[in-house]
Design a protein around this ligand. Sequence first.
Ligand SMILES: [Zn+2]
Length: 63
Amino acid sequence: MFMEEIERKTCIVCNEPKEEGITIVTEFICTSCESEMVHTPAEDEKYPFFVQRLKRLWVRFHA
Ligand SMILES: [Zn+2]
């Protein structure tokens, strides 16, 4: 077998398997989604989408 063992996790925001990103608790967020979230202002129409995606994370964090 010559396949490289690259760990791909599914991003909870874009639902795509990515190699690079951050894992918060048990959920994975890819680098591009993470930087997009960071640069999305609260008044942006995409912001509620991110918040909703991340809600279960925060719930777990503050549990
Ligand atoms: Zn993503």
